[in-house]
Design a protein around this ligand. Structure first.
Ligand SMILES: *[C@@H]1O[C@H](CO)[C@@H](O)[C@H](O)[C@H]1NC(C)=O
Ligand SMILES: *[C@@H]1O[C@H](CO)[C@@H](O)[C@H](O)[C@H]1NC(C)=O
Ligand SMILES: *[C@@H]1O[C@H](CO)[C@@H](O)[C@H](O)[C@H]1NC(C)=O
Ligand SMILES: *[C@@H]1O[C@H](CO)[C@@H](O)[C@H](O)[C@H]1NC(C)=O
Ligand SMILES: *[C@@H]1O[C@H](CO)[C@@H](O)[C@H](O)[C@H]1NC(C)=O
Length: 367
């Protein structure tokens, strides 16, 4: 399964006409397939409340109209990535309803390239066990059909409901961050802006912004971050040049051979923290629906009990540690657990970035 390919993004973009999708969206931004089989054919507001729903369609429209993926029954995120279900703040998409009072703070950010929601709360109300630092979900996954399989995401932030191809969600028992990539240009593809292979790094690295928002409910505009792991190093003939960080990972191929990829040093911080502006606040968010008597199913399947910290099912099986979702860290300890939800940033050695790239956007990919 492992292969390396050097991709010149500029070439991809220039050879794929935007008109092929018959929209104004650049290539790679809109989803081209059908909705997952558990999903309604389109995002729909006002569907009946069903707290046992298995639908997997998120909509991310506003601070009081967004959805998250969380387990169908009480279970660690890392153990339920492939079959998590949609939970929405409003009755929509045939999904489960997030109970009022779940969130203690939410920031909804609109940027030119993505919409991003970060929040704190008691996510045990969404079947995430207390103490589960969580993991990372994205439309790729080990099976290539997304984590969860058949999970889809819409937003109307660009003016009407659209299905977006690239998104990423980090979620644990008390924090989440979600980015849906709604635009691209020849420097930043949607896939890079929602890059999904830094699952050890946590929210504040992968989706930087103002995380000092517990107790606040705000909607803001924000600067565009650099794609996760990208660091500008120079400008050559007017074109920015970046170095990129690839998370260290040791895995085993089907044939049994062990490989290690990624950088030896892990950066301590993203290239910059985008500032937000034009914020409006609200006291809280609420759908006003009393869910008494329709509480979510709970207590079911046996989670492993492991404090699994990251998604990572896009990766082959890890060696060494007991958790396939816990790639060995660059600090040299395979058991160092960063918090996937980004709360307890690890202290890493100073930045040493090895893959300085020239050209528009060439990076090493592995699937
Ligand atoms: C739904 O998700 C699947 C799996 O990631 C993807 O192949 C498909 O294009 C998505 N469809 C839509 C409409 O988002
Ligand atoms: C709720 O969702 C479950 C799982 O998809 C489905 O079997 C059930 O029929 C739904 N209930 C209602 C009332 O729609
Ligand atoms: C997008 O969704 C929000 C929240 O449901 C709604 O208030 C708004 O009118 C919608 N915007 C568009 C352009 O459909
Ligand atoms: C793409 O957008 C980013 C962010 O706005 C900008 O810095 C960059 O110059 C743009 N690239 C091109 C080729 O316009
Ligand atoms: C957020 O604030 C609530 C209410 O004060 C608090 O109980 C919770 O621990 C805070 N969450 C985090 C992650 O700090």
């Amino acid at each position: 399964m492992l292969s390396f390919a050097f991709i010149a993004l500029a070439a991809l973009v220039s050879t794929t006409p935007a008109s092929a999708q018959n929209t104004n969206f650049p290539p790679g931004v809109l989803a081209t397939g059908t909705q997952g089989i558990t999903n309604p054919p389109q995002a729909t507001m006002g569907t009946p409340i069903n707290q046992t729903s298995m639908a997997r369609l998120l909509s991310v429209n506003s601070i009081d109209d967004f959805c998250l993926f969380a387990p169908p029954t009480l279970q660690d995120i890392a153990d339920s990535e492939t079959f998590e279900v949609a939970w929405c703040t409003q009755p929509r998409n045939n999904a489960r309803l997030i109970p009022d009072g779940t969130f203690t703070g939410v920031s909804f950010l609109k940027t030119d390239f993505y919409v991003q929601v970060m929040g704190y709360g008691d996510l045990t109300k969404l079947n995430i066990p207390a103490g589960d630092f969580g993991g990372e979900l994205d439309p790729h996954g080990a099976l290539g059909d997304g984590n969860p399989v058949g999970g889809n995401v819409t937003s109307n932030i660009t003016g009407s409901d659209q299905s977006f191809a690239e998104w990423m969600l980090y979620i644990g028992n008390n924090q989440f961050c979600l980015r849906v990539c709604t635009n691209a240009n020849s420097t930043y593809s949607a896939a890079f802006m929602c890059w999904h292979e830094l699952d050890e790094m946590g929210c504040s690295f992968v989706m930087p912004g103002n995380y000092n928002i517990n107790g606040t409910f705000e909607t803001c505009e924000a600067e565009v971050a650099y794609p996760p792991g990208w660091y500008p190093t120079a400008t050559v003939n007017g074109t920015p040049v970046f170095s990129t960080f690839a998370q260290r990972f040791t895995g085993t191929l089907a044939g049994g051979s062990v490989y290690t990829v990624g950088d030896l040093a892990t950066p301590t911080a993203p290239a910059m923290i985008p500032s937000s502006s034009a914020c409006t606040t609200t006291a809280t968010i609420s759908n006003g629906i009393n869910l008494a008597g329709t509480s979510p199913t709970s207590g079911a399947s046996g989670s492993s009990g492991a404090t699994s910290n990251a998604g990572g099912t896009t990766k082959p099986t890890a060696t060494g540690s007991g958790s396939a979702s816990n790639p060995s860290s660059t600090s040299g300890s395979s058991s160092t657990n960063s918090n996937a939800a980004g709360m307890n940033a690890q202290i890493y050695p100073m930045v040493t970035l090895v893959s300085v790239l020239t050209g528009v956007a060439a990076v090493a990919l592995f699937h």
